[in-house]
Design a protein around this ligand. Structure first.
Ligand code: SAM
Length: 273
């Protein structure tokens, strides 16, 4: 299961090279790259960098904070918050190629000393109890069947009072998810939770739920804009097809229908340990 999830995301072990080529052809000065230059590829979730900054606002961060990003992908959210708050971020992700690319990209933008990425599984975190001041997870749990274990592990590694911010794709009321989607080409590695399950999953793990925000309407506009741009120019505002490959246009089209027909919802949960 874990191997199938990792190979869904990337079979290309030279991801950083492919990203450099893409940035060069987009006319970016590789000696002066900023986190904003990388956002089209490294914020791999619906509503991009804006959504990451919204989570940061809820996490009580400062320059002394050490935060954990569970399912850190290419490291965009980690770099965005390290830059915005001056904090340290440790990312963990199942996909080794993503961890390697995330490490390289952090060095490109001068954040290598404040962010680090380790390959590992969200349901079995390789960290001591009460290590982190705050934790986040963005669009990861829909690949994880054992969400109870994932949230118990997040609770275990957080210091008492630490904020856990969860921004995820959930099953909507409008019918089954249409595949392929960016997190799965078919249902075998897709485990979207229903909104009514989330509250008990989080409270059973020992969290106190502080806030719930549904961003589905804004997510619909995000995908409508993306597919309109793809239709007009043949390019997309995100360059996730670098690792998702030729299926990406079909994934984007399905996501417009999934979100418009409310087959999926995007929801943020802010909890405290
Ligand atoms: C859609 S991407 C989101 C990446 C990142 N959070 C972001 O928003 O840019 C989902 C990520 O979850 C990771 N993932 C899936 N299952 C995981 C698991 N059991 N443990 C750790 N990471 C996992 C994948 O490797 C992938 O990088």
């Amino acid at each position: 299961m874990a191997d199938r999830v990792a190979s869904h995301y990337s079979e290309d072990l030279k991801l950083a090279d492919a990203i450099v080529d893409k940035l060069r052809s987009a006319g970016k000065d590789l000696n002066k790259l900023t986190t904003a230059d990388l956002a089209a590829v490294d914020e791999f979730h619906i509503r991009g960098r804006k959504a990451t900054l919204e989570l940061g606002e809820k996490m009580n961060l400062n320059g002394r904070s050490h935060i954990l990003d569970i399912g850190s992908g290419l490291g965009g959210p980690a770099r965005t918050l390290a830059e915005a708050y001056g904090c340290r971020v440790t990312g963990i992700d199942l996909t080794q190629a993503f961890c390697d690319a995330a490490t390289a990209m952090s060095d490109w933008v001068g954040l290598g000393s404040r962010v680090s990425f380790t390959q590992g599984d969200a349901t079995n975190l390789p960290f001591e109890n009460q290590t982190f001041d705050a934790a986040m997870t963005i669009h990861v749990a829909m690949n994880i069947a054992a969400k109870d274990k994932m949230y118990l592990e997040a609770r275990r590694v957080l210091k008492p009072g630490g904020v856990f911010a969860v921004y995820d794709v959930l099953q909507g009321e409008g019918g089954g998810v249409l595949y392929p989607v960016p997190w799965a080409r078919d249902p075998s590695i897709s485990h979207v939770a229903r909104p009514d399950e989330m509250k008990s999953l989080l409270t059973n793990a020992g969290f106190k739920l502080l806030d719930v925000q549904d961003s589905t309407e804004e997510s619909q506009r995000f995908f409508e804009k993306m597919t309109a741009q793809m239709a007009m120019t043949g390019t997309s505002p995100v360059i996730w097809h670098l690792f998702l490959g030729d299926d990406f246009p079909a994934m984007a089209h399905n996501q417009v229908r999934n979100v418009t027909e409310r087959r999926i919802r995007t929801v943020t949960y802010i909890c405290v340990a």
